[in-house]
Every structure is written in C-alpha cells, then in structure tokens.
Ligand binder design. Structure first.
Ligand SMILES: [Fe+2]
Length: 175
C-alpha cells in the first residue's frame, strides 16, 4: 500500500483499524499466487459456498472461500476481529449493511463489485456485510482474519436480530 495519511481523522481511523492494518494490507495486496497453486485446495458444493482453513495461528487465520455463481455468505460481522480478502478468481460483490438503533431494521448502504486481483477490508466498526458471487463463473478468494474469528454474528432475517454462530469449515489444512 502506498497511501499517505493526510488528515488527523485519517490518522485516527488508521490507528483504530489496529496496529497490524498497514502490514497485513500490504501483504494481501502483494498476493500474486498462480491459480494452479490454489486450485488443489478448492472444494465446491451445490448447497452453499465452502470455507477451507489453510492455516491458523493464535495471531491470524488464512481461509479459502469457493463460491458458485449466485452463492452468498450470511449477513455477518466478526468477533471484534479484522478481515482482509483477495479475489483470486471470478467476481464477488461486497455489500455493507446499516442496522437502525431505533427499530433494528437492516438495510444495504453500499455495494462494491470486486474482480480478480481486488482486495477488500472489513472490521466490526465498518459493520455487517455479506459477500456473494455476482459473476457467471466460480469465484475463489483468500481471506486473512486477524485474529482468528472464533464467533460470528449473523443477521437472522426472520428474527430481526443478530445471532451468534461458530464458523464452520468444509476442509482444514495446515500449510
Ligand atoms: Fe466477512
């Protein structure tokens, strides 16, 4: 990342993101791994997108997400952790949500289409979001969570509130 901090607001925002933000952002933007190296770890399901744990330490977790066209994550946020994504194949759309403190209603506030090579960043201050494959081909993305996400909060549309779940994995490796 070659971004300069040009205001106090920008400085506090950057610090609020955590001391590892710049370093991990640089690493994620530097990823240029050939897809052939990633493909052997991919797994697919007609039911929902798949999550493969590639590596986990106390500090971070590296996850591979494979999404058929149209498949989507829940609307979710993390357990006060941060997450970076790198699109290595296909297209994903990242949708951010706003939850009203008055009536608990949730609605989308922004949408960003990410193509192969793009990066994205999320934390709980940014709030609830979901990612879905908005393209015509399969999508594959790498995700770095710092620290590892032990709990998710997903938005239960029927109940109109957030519920806590444990992240699941379809496969686990220790690269
Ligand atoms: Fe996420």
């Amino acid at each position: 990342m070659d971004r300069k901090i040009k205001s106090l607001k920008d400085l506090t925002k950057t610090l609020d993101r955590g001391m590892g933000y710049e370093a991990v952002s640089k690493i994620v933007s530097d990823i240029e791994i050939p897809f052939e190296d990633i493909e052997p770890y991919c797994t697919w399901s007609d039911e929902r997108y798949t999550r493969t744990q590639l590596h986990k330490t106390e500090v971070y977790e590296l996850v591979l997400i494979c999404c058929e066209p149209g498949q989507s994550s829940f609307i979710h946020n993390y357990d006060a952790q941060e997450g970076w994504a790198k699109i290595v194949k296909g297209e994903l759309t990242l949708e951010q949500y706003y939850i009203s403190a008055i009536n608990g209603h949730i609605h989308p506030v922004s949408k960003e289409v990410l193509q192969k090579g793009a990066t994205a960043y999320q934390n709980d201050y940014i709030g609830f979001h979901k990612m879905y494959n908005s393209g015509k081909e399969r999508s594959v993305s790498l995700h770095v969570y710092s620290g590892p996400v032990e709990k998710w909060h997903i938005w239960d549309e029927d109940k109109g509130k957030a519920i806590e779940i444990d992240p699941w994995f379809d496969q686990k490796f220790d690269l």
